[in-house]
Design a protein around this ligand. Structure first.
Ligand SMILES: NC(=O)c1ccc[n+]([C@@H]2O[C@H](COP(=O)([O-])OP(=O)(O)OC[C@H]3O[C@@H](n4cnc5c(N)ncnc54)[C@H](OP(=O)(O)O)[C@@H]3O)[C@@H](O)[C@H]2O)c1
Length: 229
């Protein structure tokens, strides 16, 4: 994978941070979209780090800057996400719009901006950190989030359909609880019994490495027994 270029959102912490670490070890060149680049750690010193807020519509600028730096984009990995634990009846438009913006609309704009570059390389990859909440609605409290994550899974399938002939493959990663700030904020489930972000990163890495002839559209990952996942 040496020399391949990945754009990663949400790499300041949690799953995105683990993904960035693993890809860096594997020789990828990274372009990290971060809300506050001043918070990027020393480990990002060789990376391209750019200001990116998913609610600001700056995806074209990010892609342009990455192309200026590297001249190619092989993969887009969307890890930035938010979870507002409100049910679909109680949530207000503002909170729902923010979740849709960060979890669905900004990833769509980012992939759209990077589309020509992904097509050019012939093996473009898109990985969307969706959720098991994109596969089922487990509770009332998670239902608004689930609505956005179902959209994220549909978005991923849309990318596969649109990009297949040009070698673009897309994977929706669908975990249950992962031991990050997001999950720890909403449940008392023991963090050590959750899926660990480093293990999710291994699956992202796998999805990026597989050849065009081994497309994986969805990966469901769980730390608990459920009927189907
Ligand atoms: N943790 C879980 O249990 C779990 C399960 C299934 C799916 N997921 C999904 O996996 C993805 C990563 O989640 P995580 O657990 O790693 O969450 P996390 O630890 O809370 O990290 C969220 C990341 O998203 C970034 N972010 C949030 N709002 C943003 C915005 N407006 N613009 C740009 N970046 C923004 C954060 O940046 P800052 O540091 O600047 O805030 C941070 O890097 C999310 O899509 C989440 O929905 C998580």
């Amino acid at each position: 994978m040496t020399g391949r270029v990945a754009l990663i959102s949400g790499a300041t912490r949690g799953i995105g941070l683990s993904v960035a670490r693993l890809l860096r070890l594997d020789g990828w060149q990274l372009s990290l979209g971060i809300r506050d680049p001043a918070r990027a750690g020393a480990e990002t010193s060789e990376d391209h780090v750019i200001s990116y807020d998913a609610t600001s519509g700056s995806e074209n600028e990010w892609v342009r800057a990455a192309m200026d730096r590297f001249g190619r984009i092989d993969a887009v990995v969307c890890c930035a996400g938010i979870m507002t634990p409100r049910n679909i009846i109680e949530i207000d438009d503002e909170a729902l719009n923010e979740m849709l913006e960060v979890n669905v609309k900004s990833p769509r704009r980012l992939v759209s901006a990077a589309w020509d570059a992904l097509k050019t390389c012939g093996t473009g990859r898109v990985v969307i950190l969706a959720s098991l909440s994109g596969k089922r609605v487990k509770s009332s409290g998670s239902s608004s989030y689930a609505m956005t994550k179902h959209a994220a899974v549909a978005f991923t399938h849309g990318i596969r359909q649109a990009g297949w002939d040009d070698g673009i493959r897309a994977t929706a990663i669908c975990p249950g609880y992962v031991n990050t700030e997001m999950a720890r904020a909403i449940t008392d489930f023991p963090p050590e019994e959750m899926t660990q972000p480093e293990d999710v990163a291994k699956l992202v890495h796998l999805a990026l490495k597989l050849p065009n002839t081994a497309s994986v559209s969805e990966l469901a990952i769980n730390c608990q027994l459920e009927e189907s996942f």
